[in-house]
Design a protein around this ligand. Structure first.
Ligand code: NAD
Length: 347
């Protein structure tokens, strides 16, 4: 195939969005023709899961309430046993990337259709990707069958996110959009998603942080996060996601906080080599995009440096060498020295 030919592959065919949209989940289940729903819900969504169970009536089969980060295979096995016991024929996953990851792991093993009801901005519901851990080793697979066929975005379910998770999860989403924008092979549609997403996050996030329980800016932010998830699905991720994968995987650092603190540093490094993206982001940031994102990241009340997250200084060189040895596609060439300098600034 010629290098000028771009492929646009979309996922998650059916997306509902709006305050109260979760009340339509039973209709979506009926539409799928499912009779026995397994609900997968994080503890933070236990009440919503109970309400949904009631609303599903005879179509409700059981709830699995203990999804875990990075989808450990033992947890999947436990949930699979429950799914078989209750003869489940569809999954509704409520929660962040951990709940949706478990849903994907069950779907790929059973063929059950999934309805995802995200409560963070991580974006997993929009992707055909699953990371699983077994004996501490994380492997990632990509398969169109992993992508939930239906996604229900209800901004009311995001109101409970505290300041810290709201901020770091939104910057996690922004990272998907920014990396799609500087991916030289992204399609026109993906670039449009990236711009709309970056604009939505940069304008809605300050309003959300001011008024955490106002559903209107929350809705705008969630819509922007949806598009960011689509960017993650459709574009090639670069240095930012590689650093997040290596640091998160090797040192078990928390997903969203890690993304939030790395993003301004990777933007400072990459945007000099991606002048088009820099100019476009400057328009939506209404100024220097690196300063805008740094200022947002600095609002975090938790750790804002890799050192504060617990990464030892001595690890930086080794991480830099690993990243430079097999870099993800990136607009600026990646050397061990440059990555070490970037990491030191973030440390
Ligand atoms: P998460 O799902 O682990 O949630 C983080 C914490 O926030 C949990 O304790 C959860 O209970 C709580 N929480 C979730 N929603 C809440 C809400 N509305 N109010 C209050 N608390 C809430 O974290 P995440 O950042 O959403 O997802 C991270 C995980 O998802 C990682 O394992 C990551 O690898 C994976 N992920 C995968 C993809 C993919 O495409 N495969 C994409 C993004 C993230």
């Amino acid at each position: 195939m010629g290098t000028d030919i771009r492929v646009h592959q979309a996922y998650a065919g059916r997306v509902l969005h709006g305050a109260g949209a979760r009340s339509l989940v039973p209709d979506e289940i009926e539409r799928l023709g499912a009779q026995r729903v397994l609900v997968v819900a994080a503890p933070s969504s236990a009440e919503v899961a109970e309400d949904l169970a009631t609303a599903l009536g005879e179509r409700y089969a059981a709830t699995f309430g203990r999804p875990a980060q990075h989808t450990p295979v033992e947890v999947t096995a436990e949930a699979l046993t429950l799914a078989r016991e209750v003869r489940a024929d569809a999954i509704v996953a409520i929660g962040g990337g951990s709940s949706i990851g478990l849903s994907k792991a069950l779907a790929i093993r059973t063929g059950m259709p999934q309805v995802a009801v995200p409560t963070t901005y991580a974006g997993s519901e929009a992707t055909p990707v699953l990371g699983e851990t077994e004996n501490g080793v994380k492997t990632t697979r990509r398969d169109p069958a992993l992508a939930p066929g239906t996604v229900v975005y209800d901004p009311e379910l995001t109101l409970s996110m505290p300041h810290g998770l709201t901020l770091t999860s939104a910057l996690n989403a922004l990272a998907h959009a920014v990396e799609a924008l500087w991916d030289t092979e992204a399609s026109a549609a993906t670039r449009a998603y990236g711009m709309e997403s970056a604009d939505g996050i940069l304008t809605a996030l300050p309003a959300v942080l001011d008024r955490l329980s106002d559903v209107v800016p929350r809705g705008r932010l969630q819509e922007a996060a949806w598009l960011a998830g689509a960017c993650l699905a459709q574009a090639r991720m670069g240095l930012h996601h590689q650093l997040a994968h290596v640091l998160g995987g090797t040192f078990g650092l928390p997903h969203a906080e890690l993304h939030a603190m790395l993003l301004p540093h990777v933007m400072r490094f990459n945007l000099v080599a991606a002048p088009d993206t820099a100019a476009r982001l400057a328009r939506v940031a209404d100024g220097d995009p690196v300063l805008a994102v740094s200022a947002l990241a600095a609002l975090h009340e938790g750790p804002t440096t890799l050192g504060a997250l617990g990464l030892p200084r001595t690890a930086l060189r080794e991480v830099a060498e690993r990243v430079a040895a097999s870099p993800y596609p990136n607009p600026r060439p990646v050397t061990a020295d440059a990555v070490e300098e970037l990491l030191l600034a973030a440390w």
